[in-house]
Design a protein around this ligand. Structure first.
Ligand SMILES: [Fe+2]
Ligand SMILES: [Fe+2]
Length: 310
């Protein structure tokens, strides 16, 4: 098969659907049924239009409240403090597969699409990528599917969900109206800051996306964790880990003015990754035990097969 061409076509179709799906400007309705989260009910088979519903999903009350806390509390200074705390990587030493097993205890309160434990989602994403991009040439991409959410482990070590999961956005410049629940951003102290509230803020146009100070969560933690532990994934793979929740950029088209050399290529890959992250959530349950040897071989190949510092 020709996965690049196929994925590109699907990507273009998918993008239009994703933007149509983000009905975030509508007034939220009071749904309030948090029982799916409590019972661990599966997402079930959905049409693509039914993903990322921030208006009236059955998990709406939990999702909106998680974002409200995030948008009030994630300021530039908050992020600086969190980086100082977590990027010492003095919380644990263990293998990636052991960390994924720990994620069995986590249901993501920012996610309207699944109430399954996160470990299942990691294998679902990886396997859907592997199916479309088979072979050794793209095995790094399979591994990204497995790794992308492992940073959610910080939520099991005391980090509140609003500082661990959910969409991300940059600090130090004006908030975009493409951020989900955009009206909540007025409650963030940085929206009144003399520099951080200006369009470019502390950045220069075309400075490169890697310069951005992103809101604190599992994406940023895992990106830094992989670098710290000597992971040899290609730049596109690391960008997928770092920016996969940056919907205002990869799906909303905001913050484009900060893109620098090479960022076009990274954005292309982040977008390709996104549809696997999203649409695998209603896939069949993976045979986790049977899949472990293959993914351990990829962890070994990309330099993170042993115990890692978390
Ligand atoms: Fe994620
Ligand atoms: Fe994910």
């Amino acid at each position: 098969m020709a996965p690049v061409a196929t994925a590109k076509r699907e990507l273009e179709a998918g993008e239009a659907q994703v933007s149509a799906r983000r009905r975030v400007e509508e007034e939220p309705t009071d749904c309030g049924d948090a029982s799916a989260a409590a019972t661990g009910k599966a997402a079930g088979k959905k049409t693509e239009e039914e993903f990322r519903n921030y208006t009236d999903s059955e998990r709406h009350a939990i999702v909106e409240e998680t974002y409200r806390k995030m948008h009030v509390n994630q300021t530039f200074d908050f992020v600086k403090g969190r980086r100082a705390k977590w990027l010492k990587f003095d919380h644990a030493e263990m293998t990636i597969l052991d960390a994924i097993e720990l994620l069995d205890g986590l249901v993501d309160d920012s996610d309207p699409d699944t109430a399954l434990p996160n470990s299942i989602h990691d294998f679902q994403t990886a396997e859907r990528i592997r199916k479309d991009w088979p072979g050794e040439e793209y095995d790094w991409f399979h591994l990204v599917g497995l790794l992308h959410d492992v940073g959610k482990i910080i939520a099991l070590w005391g980090e509140p969900q609003w500082a661990a999961v959910g969409d991300t956005f940059p600090l130090g410049c004006a908030f975009s109206d493409k951020i989900v629940f955009p009206e909540q951003m007025q409650l963030n102290a940085d929206s009144k800051h003399p520099v951080y509230s200006t369009e470019d803020g502390i950045y220069k146009p075309a400075c490169g996306m890697n310069q951005l100070v992103m809101s604190w969560g599992h994406d940023e933690y895992m990106y830094e964790m992989l670098r710290k532990n000597g992971c040899t994934l290609p730049a596109a793979g690391l960008a997928m880990v770092r920016f996969h929740s940056f919907y205002p950029w990869h799906t909303g088209g905001a913050y484009m003015r900060f893109m620098g050399e090479g960022d076009d290529e990274l954005l292309k890959w982040v977008k390709i990754f996104n549809k696997y992250d999203l649409y695998s959530k209603s896939d069949a349950m993976p045979d986790v035990q049977g899949l472990k040897p293959y993914y351990q071989s990829l962890l070994d190949k990309y330099g993170i097969g042993g115990k890692c510092r978390f």
